[in-house]
Design a protein around this ligand. Structure first.
Ligand code: NAD
Length: 495
């Protein structure tokens, strides 16, 4: 059988393995490196699986397989309509496995089952359906030309895509690259994060069962400094699509730069979320809580800097802190849990370090700031709020990537705009106001890839997502992602 490993759990007819191999050229294979690594459940510390660890030679084999599948074989000759049909078939299979995939993602990464089941996994499948529908709508143009000439453009796939993925939303962020890359005819090599390799390996099984040709998708789990580095540096990768931290983004760009390959970078953020005193306070409290604590605060776009206008500061903060204290932290497999564990001990320690710095720099700890073992042995941290923060404090400048909020008081539009834009990042921003003109005015002036008005952290397959400044460049989702995975060819015909 092509699908290897020892079956331990059954759910919706799908096995979760205890061991996983690499997926290269449609085969499950051991790593040439001879190495494996362990993947743990962050809520319980239990071993999820032992996973083959890709080395440089393994990545090279995967790139070769992707190249072969791109140049020849069924994928290379498949019509765009058939590609779309095949991707829709995969999407149907995924819909029948939502509960299973949600369970795998929750065990892998610690997201509450309610969020994986109702937000992350359905959102992932929606992205696939969106691009499946676009597969036969990627088209060039006929250009305006004099009578003795015909000029037109073709939109062609780039070739082999190297995709490097973080751990915070493994399936969703994989699909943001995988779906538009395949819809436009590319092939792909995916390097999942070392913390969360399993859901991607389960995902690819479903693509394989639906009939995706060998070599079109390859998955090489392993460490960033080895497998990730090999993929980013590979001379035969046509584009590197990266999501992760800004520091790693810099390394990826340098690596791809050696071969002059294009890169897209979806990086970190320190997004401002601005509450004006004319906001609907109830909605702003609830939306801002979601904006910071969704995904345990491990969301690139999180509204980590909450700006509250002087006039409603006290009223808003009283309600906000009270509700934050009631967030149910617990085992993510429990339907009632609202916040699960942080993904790793390393992250937990990083968050603690920032809490210490916040206190030292004079911010006021309003709630949280500690680990909690009340709910189990995992990496649990309490929802944390710092008041009296100024925009020059470390906790207002650096990405913490955990459930830690910095609250800053402001006077007026000019004051908050200056502070909100005073950051190296530019991923998302939020504005809460009942004044329509103010909302649009702020949207124009905030430096961010996405501006939310009276909501926060929402995503839609149709809406482009990405950063400005050191949050990266390139846009995923929406029609814009088609440009990320295609090249424009111009044809000039003398008549
Ligand atoms: P990370 O940068 O440490 O790792 C991301 C991926 O890069 C992993 O697969 C890792 O193995 C790989 N990697 C690490 N070092 C590498 C190297 N030298 N060469 C090649 N690959 C390497 O990030 P993380 O901790 O996994 O994820 C959290 C970060 O991701 C946060 O900064 C967050 O803001 C960002 N993020 C951004 C978006 C977005 O869309 N803008 C979305 C999610 C997460």
């Amino acid at each position: 059988t092509k699908i290897s490993g020892e079956t331990t759990v059954r759910n919706q007819g799908s096995p979760i393995n205890k061991t996983y191999q690499l997926f290269i050229d449609g085969q499950w294979v051991d790593a040439l490196s001879g190495k494996t690594f362990k993947s743990y459940n962050p809520a319980t510390g239990e071993l999820n699986a032992v996973v083959a660890e890709a080395g440089t030679e393994d990545v090279d084999l995967a790139v070769k397989a992707a190249r072969k599948a791109f140049e020849s074989g069924p994928w290379a000759t498949m019509s765009p309509s058939d590609r779309g049909r095949l991707l829709n078939k995969v999407a149907q299979a995924l819909w029948s496995k939502v509960d299973f995939l949600a369970e795998v993602e929750t065990r892998d990464n610690g997201l509450p089952i309610n969020e994986t089941k109702h937000i992350a996994i359905p959102g992932t499948i929606d992205v696939l359906e969106f691009y499946a529908g676009l597969a036969n709508k990627v088209q060039g143009e006929t250009l305006s030309s004099p009578q003795d000439r015909l000029n037109y453009t073709l939109k062609e796939p780039l070739g082999v895509i190297g995709a490097i993925i973080p751990w915070n939303f493994p399936l969703m962020l994989t699909m943001w690259k995988l779906a538009p890359a395949l819809a436009t005819g590319n092939t792909i090599v995916i390097k999942p994060a070392e913390e969360t390799p399993i859901s991607t390996l389960e995902l690819v099984k479903i693509f394989q069962e639906a009939g995706i040709p060998d070599g079109v998708i390859n998955v090489v789990p392993g460490y960033g400094k080895v497998a990730g580095d090999a993929l980013a540096n590979h001379a035969d990768v046509d584009k590197v699509a990266f999501t992760g931290s800004t520091d790693t983004g810099r390394i990826i760009m340098q690596a791809a730069g050696k071969n002059l390959k294009p890169v897209s970078l979806e990086l970190g953020g320190k997004s401002p979320n601005i509450v004006f005193d004319d906001a609907n306070v109830e909605n702003a409290v609830n939306g801002s809580l979601f904006g910071i604590y969704f995904g345990q605060g491990q969301v690139c776009a999180s509204g980590t800097r909450l700006f509250v206008q002087e006039g409603i500061y006290d009223e808003f903060m009283e309600k906000f802190v009270e509700k934050a204290k009631k967030i149910r932290v617990g085992n993510p497999s429990d339907e009632a849990t609202q916040m699960g564990p942080q993904v790793s001990l390393k992250q937990l320690e990083r968050i603690e370090k920032y809490v210490e710095i916040g206190i030292k720099e004079g911010a006021e700890l309003l709630t949280g700031g500690t680990r909690t073992t009340d709910v189990g042995e995992g990496h649990f941290f309490t929802p944390t709020i710092f008041g009296n923060v100024t925009n020059d404090m470390t906790i207002a400048r650096e990405e913490i990537f955990g459930p830690v909020l910095s609250v800053i008081k402001f006077k007026d539009e000019a004051d908050v705009l200056e502070k909100a834009n005073d950051t190296i990042y530019g991923l998302a921003a939020g504005v809460w106001t009942e004044n329509l003109k103010r909302g649009h005015r702020m949207a124009k002036k905030l430096k961010a890839g996405t501006v939310y008005i009276n909501t926060f952290s929402m995503l839609d397959s149709v809406a482009p997502f990405g950063g400005t400044k050191q949050s990266g460049f390139g846009r995923e989702l929406g029609m814009q992602a088609l440009d990320m995975f295609t090249e424009t060819k111009h044809v000039w015909v003398d008549l």
